[in-house]
Ligand binder design. Sequence first.
Ligand SMILES: Cc1cc2nc3c(=O)[nH]c(=O)nc-3n(C[C@H](O)[C@H](O)[C@H](O)COP(=O)(O)O)c2cc1C
Length: 332
Amino acid sequence: MQLGPYDISGRYCLAPLAGLVSRSYRGIARQFGAAATPTELISACGLTHRNRRTAALVRPAPGEHPFWVQLFGAAPAELAAAAEVAVALGANIIDLNMGCPVRKVTASGAGAAMMQDPPRAVAAASAIRAAVGAAVPVTVKLRAGWDSGSVNAVELGQRLEQAGVAALCLHPRTRSQAYGGRADWSLIAALKRAVRIPVIGNGDVKSVDDAERLSGETGCDAIMIGRAALGNPWLFSSLALGRPLLPTPAERAAVVLDHLRRLVDEIGDPQRALLRFRSRALYYSRRLQGGAEFRRRIMQIRELEPLQQELGRYFGQAERVPDRPAAARCEP
Ligand SMILES: Cc1cc2nc3c(=O)[nH]c(=O)nc-3n(C[C@H](O)[C@H](O)[C@H](O)COP(=O)(O)O)c2cc1C
């Protein structure tokens, strides 16, 4: 997939997941073969007001190039100014969030609410492009639309293409659906037919088989994977290989401990990193034996060293829960 001057080699990208994926895990996903790792949504207002915490989010992981930064905001002028700040801080590609369903974001007209106002959505993308110049590609991450009565991803995608957007990512659920129901991949296929810029498909990809089906059914140029990649960077190596790849307990333990080390480095405060890491460790324990007991134990740990010991001990021996046999089929 070509994004302006950047040749993104590889089809599988890590999707933005605010509060769950940050610089530390983006670096790990890259190491396991994720082709791109856009940041979580970052407030245009926070960036333009030079909020220190917001600016700290605009920092690439080692080797994260091109650095793809996602912004959210409602006002085209503010988004344009924020994009300039992001580029000054090292962003190589700017993504505009038009998908966030959270009320705090949509209430101001940002996130998925932007899709309800196509002229403003197009003006925002154009303003960002004008601010950052041709060397910095601008992409947009869309939902299907606001609700089932206003599905407009394809029409809006065409207008954004005309405005010079370099690629579109589509998570084909409406804002009303939030994360419920199933992603409607047929919309990704319709968008792909309707535009010439790259289309990144997203939604409900959990396995190599899902990724192959999404590619086959839509012809999308790349795939973004969110929830299924949490605690599972091996999904990216599996996708590259074309078959499921499971880590040994020792490999899993090494990655978990590396993730914690990177998070301490990212946050700069071991105590805060410990608190934040607890929720992330849970994802690594999905489908492992003794997971419930492990999760109870780590919630009690208050110091970094005992946490490291517990992570090494548990993940160093935990085996997977055996897959359930497929349900017996009823023959007619
Ligand atoms: C907790 C959470 C946080 C998310 N944060 C963002 C975000 O910051 N920016 C964004 O564009 N999408 C965000 N998303 C949406 C995901 O990127 C993705 O579109 C969605 O989860 C569907 O893909 P999946 O089925 O592979 O998870 C978030 C989703 C979840 C569940």
